[in-house]
Design a protein around this ligand. Structure first.
Ligand code: TXA
Ligand code: MG
Length: 341
C-alpha cells in the first residue's frame, strides 16, 4: 500500500491504478471513500471483499461532471416529474453531500448496486476527489473506507489503521470538511430519505415537496430499503450509550475505581451543566462544539469517536443533538453506533 500526499503525480498514479482495477482510498468532503472503477466488476467485487461488506449493500457511484450522469444512470426511465426534481436537486446541491438514487445505466455492473436496478449517484465537493475521478473513467464507486460496520474515516490515518495493506493507495487530503456521510435520497418513486446525512432534510424540502424519512426507530423486522439503515452500524469498539441533554446531566453514573468513562457533548452549555453536577476523576469528556454549531459538531463527530475508541474507556456516553438540520444525521450515527442506553 502506498500512502501518498495529493500531487499531480499521485493523482495520476491513483487514476491509473483505478483504471487497472486497483483500489484507491481518497478524500471527499464527507468522509474518505474506498474507490474502484464503477465499470469494472472485478474491482467492485474486491471492494466488498476488502471491507468485509455483505454483497446486499450497494455502493455509491461518484462522478465529477454532470455530463457523466448519462453514463451511470438511465434518466429515460424517470418520470418527467422525477426528472424535474433531479434537475433542481443537482443544480442546488451538486457538487455536495447528496447521493441521489436513480435508475441505473446498464453499463454499471450489478455487483455495484447489489443486484438493484437503481444506483445512488453523487458528485462530491472535493478537489482531489473530482480530479481523481476525472483522470480515471469518470465514474468511481466508493463506500466509506472503513471495515464494514465500523466508524467512518474522516482522516487518511483512519483508513490506514482500518484497511491498511488490503488496498493499493491511500491519498491523504487532510481531514474531511463535513465529517458525516452524504444524505441518500431516493427519487425513483415517492421521494424518501434513505439515510440522513450532510444535506439536511429541511434544505431539500425548501426545493421539493416534503420527503419521507426511514427512521431507525422503525420496526427492526421491516424490510431493509437502504442497508445503511442497518441498526448496528458506525460502531466504535467501546460500548457507546446515547442520552438526551437532560438525561446526561441528571443521571448518576457509576464507575469502578479502575475504570475510565468518557462523555461526549454536543454543546458547551450541556457540558457546563454536567460538570457542575458530576465530579469524578475517572470521568473525561470531549466537546464537539462550544457554541452548539451543528456543522462544527458533525465535522468532529467521527474523529472524536475514533479518538475515544482508542482511549481505553470502559464506556462512552454521548449526548444527542437537537433532532433538526445536521443534528438528525448526528443522532442517526450515534444511535446506530450505540449498543444500549
Ligand atoms: O458520503 C458518502 O456517501 C460516502 C463518501 C465516500 O461518498 N460514502 C458512503 O458510502 O457513505 P457507504 O457505502 O458507506 O454508504 C452508502 C449508502 C448505504 O447505506 C447504501 O445502502 C446506500 O448508500 N445505497 C447505495 N446505493 C443504493 C441504492 N441503489 N438504493 C438504496 N440505497 C443505496
Ligand atoms: Mg459506510
Amino acid at each position: 500500500m502506498k500512502f501518498l500526499q495529493v500531487t499531480q503525480e499521485s493523482l495520476e498514479l491513483g487514476a491509473r491504478t483505478l483504471l487497472e482495477g486497483g483500489l484507491v482510498a481518497f478524500p471527499t468532503e464527507t468522509v474518505y471513500g474506498l474507490g474502484a472503477d464503477a465499470f469494472n466488476p472485478k474491482a467492485l467485487a474486491n471492494v466488498f471483499e476488502v471491507k468485509g461488506r455483505p454483497s446486499f449493500d450497494p455502493l455509491i457511484i461518484h462522478i465529477a461532471a454532470i455530463e457523466t450522469l448519462d453514463k451511470v444512470a438511465n434518466l429515460s426511465l424517470l418520470s418527467s416529474d422525477a426528472r424535474e426534481k433531479l434537475f433542481l436537486l443537482a443544480k442546488n446541491f451538486w457538487p455536495g453531500p447528496l447521493s441521489i438514487v436513480l435508475p441505473k445505466n446498464e453499463r454499471i455492473p450489478m455487483v455495484a448496486t447489489a443486484g438493484l436496478q437503481t444506483a445512488a449517484i453523487r458528485f462530491p465537493d472535493n478537489d482531489t476527489a473530482q480530479k481523481l475521478i476525472s483522470l480515471s473513467s469518470g465514474a468511481v464507486a466508493a463506500p466509506s473506507a472503513n471495515p464494514f460496520g465500523a466508524l467512518s474515516p474522516t482522516r487518511a490515518e483512519h483508513v490506514r489503521s482500518g484497511l491498511g495493506e488490503k488496498i493499493d493507495i491511500i491519498l491523504d487530503g487532510g481531514p474531511a470538511r463535513i465529517g458525516l456521510e452524504s444524505t441518500v435520497l431516493d427519487i425513483t418513486g415517492a421521494v424518501k430519505i434513505l439515510r440522513p446525512g450532510g444535506t439536511p432534510r429541511e434544505a431539500i424540502e425548501k426545493l421539493i415537496d416534503p420527503v419521507e424519512e426511514h427512521s431507525i426507530t422503525a420496526k427492526d423486522n421491516c424490510p431493509l430499503v437502504s442497508p445503511g439503515q442497518l441498526k448496528s452500524h458506525y460502531a466504535p469498539g467501546t460500548p457507546l450509550f446515547v442520552l438526551n441533554r437532560d438525561e446526561i446531566i441528571e443521571r448518576h453514573f457509576n464507575a469502578a475505581d479502575y475504570e475510565k468513562i468518557a462523555f461526549l457533548f454536543i454543546d458547551g452549555s450541556t457540558k457546563d451543566a454536567w460538570k457542575a453536577a458530576h465530579n469524578n476523576s475517572n470521568f473525561e469528556y470531549r466537546l464537539l462544539s462550544q457554541s452548539g454549531n451543528m456543522a462544527e459538531a458533525a465535522s468532529r463527530l467521527f474523529e472524536t469517536l475514533h479518538e475515544l475508541d482508542n482511549g481505553n474507556f470502559a464506556s462512552i456516553y454521548a449526548q444527542l443533538a437537537p433532532q433538526e438540520g445536521l443534528g438528525a444525521a448526528i443522532n442517526d450515527r450515534l444511535k446506530r453506533g450505540a449498543r444500549g442506553g
